[in-house]
Design a protein around this ligand. Structure first.
Ligand code: HEC
Length: 204
């Protein structure tokens, strides 16, 4: 028996429409409503009015740095998303979730990406998750690591980025504008802002 052509077309539409609706449209519509939540006295957070506070996450030339991050393909090996423990042991890795010592380590939430023109969630994880790398390494360490990852770990699987640096005649090595911006961006990677108590209640 021949299957009518319209059934094939209908089958194809259903196969593509369902994943599109459930995996793209529904999360898009629900996450589009995400908005900053104000801190109240109960939160005991000083100097910051709302979560997330954009100004604390953006400094120097970190916006340009985000473009360098994309252009250099960092997202092929690094994620920026601390997964819930049911999906992976991210919270067990020291420093990934933020400052454990101050009780500020946690999983990433959609609000953490508010205000970023593009969230570099990453494609796969050959290197560490960088959501909170701004706490883990200093400016000098980040430059040294980018210039020569093997100076930290001889077995490092990370490519070196010497083209982001220039060597002067006297042999000294200096970061280019791109390297400085990229490091500003990396230092701005901190997803550990305290979640307002009121918001925690809404979610539970
Ligand atoms: C081919 C995969 C790959 C690419 C591309 C890559 N990395 Fe890495 N990265 C790694 C691996 C593997 C490690 C762990 C080994 C190490 O520390 O050197 C790492 C480690 C790091 C660390 C240290 C993290 C920590 O917590 O100690 C930083 C920072 C970093 N990468 C930034 C970058 C940036 C910025 C780029 C883009 C310019 C980049 N990586 C591109 C694989 C990669």
């Amino acid at each position: 028996m021949k299957t009518p052509f319209w059934k094939l077309i209908l089958g194809l539409v259903v196969c593509f429409a369902f994943p599109w609706i459930f995996l793209l449209m529904m999360p898009y519509v629900s996450e589009a409503k995400v908005a900053p939540v104000g801190y109240t006295a109960e939160d005991e957070v000083e100097g910051i009015s709302a979560y997330p506070e954009r100004s604390t996450l953006r400094y120097g030339s970190s916006d340009y740095g985000a473009q360098v991050y994309a252009a250099e393909g960092c997202a092929y090996c690094h994620t920026q998303m601390v997964r819930p423990t049911y999906a992976g042991p991210d919270m067990w890795r020291y420093g990934w979730g933020g400052r454990e010592a101050d009780g500020l380590a946690r999983e990433t939430r959609p609000e953490d990406y508010l205000g970023e023109s593009f969230a570099h969630l990453g494609y796969q994880r050959l290197g560490q998750d960088l959501s909170n790398v701004g706490h883990r390494l200093t400016r000098e360490e980040l430059h040294r690591h980018l210039y020569d990852p093997r100076s930290f770990d001889v077995d490092s699987g990370m490519p070196a980025y010497p083209h982001l640096y220039r060597t002067l005649e006297d042999g000294s090595i200096h970061p280019t504008e791109k390297a400085d911006a990229l490091v500003d961006y990396l230092l701005s990677r901190r997803k550990d802002a305290k979640i307002p108590v009121a918001d925690t209640r809404n979610r539970q």
